[in-house]
Design a protein around this ligand. Structure first.
Ligand code: GTB
Length: 216
């Protein structure tokens, strides 16, 4: 079985691991599945060959024996359902882990992306300064209950799961914002995840793509 995923040929984050191929790489590393990566340029993502994999012209995509998937959450659920290591065996615990996957994608990630877009791409807009406090508050409104739920626990619901993987990858985008300083247990949570050998392997692999693109 050969698994092929796609990633940016040249990631705008310069190898910080913020693009969503990172979470798929990480999931595959957690379950010990080898994979190949096809790197695509921004132009190639909008051409027919890639649009046949993802009609929205984005990365990541996933191919395995004729199966073609897009959407990082769906890809990770597929991986987690087929290989041990990312979802508990117990039916209730499994349902809760999937619930946390959806919480990461639907409840945490949207305000975090809204904040990131404002900071990265809308700095020169006349409404930037006026809008920033309310956008930051919407992020805090999600981090506060997440932090309260996590408390002193290591992971969101028992053992590390695909829910933690997606949650950490969403929250990591706030790395340099200062917003996580208000929630030390979330900082420890992301640090704990980043210390996992599977995370380190995935991070190093996507960083190597950036380094190679710089000729190093
Ligand atoms: N919902 C989809 C999923 O989860 O798979 C979203 C996929 C998506 O947003 N893909 C982005 C993409 O292909 C890359 S990850 N964008 C190109 C396009 O739309 O034309 C988003 C991303 C991009 C860059 C950074 N960065 O540089 O920091 C971080 C995250």
């Amino acid at each position: 079985m050969t698994i092929t995923i796609t990633g940016f040929k040249s990631s705008p984050d310069r190898g910080q691991g913020l693009a969503r191929d990172m979470r798929v790489r990480w999931a595959l590393e957690e379950v010990g599945q080898p994979y190949e990566v096809r790197l695509v340029s921004f132009r190639a993502m909008k051409e027919p060959a890639h649009l046949a994999l993802n009609p929205f012209g984005q990365i990541p995509t996933y191919e395995e024996n004729g199966l073609k998937l897009f959407e990082s959450g769906a890809i990770i659920l597929h991986i987690a359902e087929r290989h041990a290591g990312l979802l508990p065996e117990n039916a209730g615990a499994r349902a809760r882990a999937i619930m946390w996957m959806f919480a990461a994608l639907n409840t945490l990630e949207p305000p975090i992306i809204e904040y990131q877009n404002l900071v990265l791409f809308e700095r020169d807009k006349p409404w930037h300064e006026e809008r920033l406090p309310s956008v930051k508050d919407r992020v805090r409104d999600r981090l506060r209950p997440l932090s309260a739920h996590l408390g002193d626990a290591g992971w969101l619901d028992g053992a590390f799961s695909a829910g933690d993987l997606l949650m950490v990858h969403a929250v990591q985008r706030l790395g340099r914002s200062g917003l996580l300083d208000e929630f030390p247990n979330l900082q420890s949570y992301t640090a704990r995840a980043e210390a996992r050998p599977a995370f380190k392997r995935a991070f190093a692999a996507q960083l190597a793509v950036f380094s190679a693109s710089q000729g190093g």
